[in-house]
Design a binder for this molecule. Structure first.
Ligand SMILES: Cc1ncc(COP(=O)(O)O)c(C=O)c1O
Length: 518
């Protein structure tokens, strides 16, 4: 199918199109009409699919989908936008997982706001790269303004700075890099008989809670720390870091000649949506002279909450903070930032290249964001937050986040009153962790029944829930980030979970009774 008025008709025979044919695809002054038409056609496909999605997933399996994708000859272009969109429907759009659907209750993925989608279209078309001023101009200043805005919301003080990143994992990695280098400088200045770099790296420790995010472990590995560099301290019954254990762990490390380079507190644990006791942790870190990083990848939405900002009290005492706008600010992936209290620490991510950002540019006060980032070429992701704030404003985003937090509280209540289920810690944010409890002869099959229910539900596509282990036992998890999800949606999914899990436990137990092993 050709788009009306499309000037582009590359042959589908595998013959290389002439330069003129290829050029017509370039986004230039001469092709803006095609640009309008082609993008409108793509938007129309997405809109139609989203409007027609009656469940979050079709339940397609990798085995079903893989041959369709493998069967496409990438060396033989279709040469036609409409045909490519038809094909895309078949290999992607039809079977994609739709986070906008109210019964998508699984991971930390949010439905996205339209102003951010508008920005996404603008930023990829203009294609600014935020490494240097001479590749972005205003984009650089817009990102800087948003970094300042976020740092002000956190309360990091006048010397704060930061940079947008690809996600929480990268933000945490950069935070650990800065903490490692600051610690190295401090230790090298303090200890006599200066330790060699490998010797010091093997002695560095990062302390986080048992509910912290695994990207901390990954960061430690990438930064060349020892295999046992990340020490986890236990959580209390609310799954928040125990500060007495933290203080004890720091003392223990010191007693053994180890150097704690950072404490990572989590403001919104991935599984439990709980917030570590930030003021008390900040006290411990201040007393010990240890870098405090707050991973607020999930909880950062509270920065704009009209009713719950106080839950983040203490975050203003951090040395560095991770925020993921693509989790609780309803932004498309990627949109994240790392903020630091003291802008000077960002020098640990600086390298001057003659061709790009020579040192003289610092004296010339040319704002090159690459001096602060571990990336070079970098998307202008900040524009999404910018248009969101300019069109909707922060209170509107915060109100959306508040809604899902309220809904999670309602869901938790619903579960506590439902004898079919057992529910874990009440979240301060929007997760709910629970499991189905089989009764009768299948009651011992609780782990397998919950595992089965999750898979069967996903295969049906009628709803998606996540899973995790709590104290060794398999549980199911809702992460609510869609304000359109109603308590009825949640109740419906719970019924489906109970049906699947109950059927599994009953069938397996009955089979075991009729065909006893041995
Ligand atoms: C607490 C926390 N930190 C960090 C991350 C990693 O963020 P990203 O997936 O954006 O890399 C996550 C992801 O779920 C998270 O929950």
């Amino acid at each position: 199918m050709s788009l009306p008025g499309s000037t582009v008709q590359a042959p589908s025979t595998g013959v290389t199109p002439g330069t003129n044919g290829a050029r017509a695809h370039l986004f230039t002054a001469g092709s803006v009409e095609d640009y309008r038409r082609v993008l409108a056609a793509g938007i129309d496909r997405v809109a139609t699919r989203v409007a027609g999605a009656d469940r979050p997933f079709t339940g397609v399996t990798p085995d079903e989908l893989a041959p369709r994708i493998a069967g496409i000859d990438l060396d033989r272009p279709l040469g036609d936008t409409g045909a490519a969109l038809d094909e895309l429907q078949d290999v992607y759009l039809r079977d994609a997982v739709f986070f906008h659907h109210p019964r998508y209750l699984a991971h930390l993925n949010c439905p996205v706001v339209i102003p951010a989608l508008l920005a996404e279209a603008v930023l990829s078309a203009v294609n600014s790269s935020l490494d240097t001023w001479d590749q972005s101009a205003g984009g650089t200043l817009i990102e800087r303004r948003l970094v300042d805005w976020t740092a002000e919301r956190i309360g990091l003080g006048p010397a704060a700075d930061g940079v947008f990143t690809s996600g929480g994992t990268q933000s945490n990695l950069q935070a650990m890099l800065l903490a490692r280098e600051e610690t190295r400088a401090r230790v090298t200045g303090r200890e006599t008989g200066q330790p060699s770099r490998p010797e010091l790296l093997s002695r560095l420790r990062v302390v986080t809670s048992a509910a912290g995010h695994f990207s901390v472990q990954k960061a430690a590995r990438l930064l060349g720390l020892g295999a046992d560099a990340v020490v986890t301290v236990p959580t209390d019954t609310d799954r928040r870091m125990r500060t007495d254990e933290l203080a004890r762990e720091i003392d223990r490390c010191r007693g053994e000649g180890l150097v704690v380079m950072a404490v990572v507190a989590t403001a919104g644990t991935t599984d439990f949506g709980t917030i570590d006791p930030l003021p008390q942790i900040a006290d411990v870190c201040a007393a010990a002279g240890v870098w405090l990083h707050v991973d607020a990848a999930y909880g950062c939405g509270l920065l704009v909450s009209p009713t719950r900002r106080h839950l983040l009290d203490g975050i203003e005492r951090a040395d560095s903070v991770t925020v993921d706008y693509h989790k609780s600010f309803f932004q498309p992936v990627s949109s994240s930032a790392l903020l630091v209290r003291d802008r000077r620490v960002l020098r640990h991510a600086t390298w001057h290249a003659d061709y790009l950002n020579p040192a003289r540019m610092v004296e010339q006060r040319i704002p090159n964001q690459v001096d602060k980032s571990i990336q070079t070429t970098r998307r202008f992701d900040a524009l999404k937050l910018w248009l969101t704030l300019r069109i909707m404003g922060p209170d509107a985003i915060g109100a959306l986040f508040d809604e899902v937090v309220d809904r999670a509280a309602d869901a938790w209540q619903l579960l506590t009153e439902d004898p079919r289920f057992e529910v874990v810690t009440r979240s301060q944010l929007s997760t709910v962790v629970f499991r189905y409890l089989p009764t009768g002869p299948g009651r011992d099959l609780v782990d397998d029944a919950n595992l089965y229910a999750r898979e069967a539900l996903a295969a049906s596509g009628a709803g998606l829930v996540a899973g995790t282990r709590v104290d060794g036992a398999h549980h199911l998890k809702f992460t609510l980030l869609n304000p359109e999800t109603t308590l009825d949606d949640i109740a419906h999914v719970l019924d489906l979970v109970a049906d699947h899990a109950g059927w599994y436990a009953h069938t397996r137990a009955t089979a075991a009774l009729t065909c006893p092993v041995g």
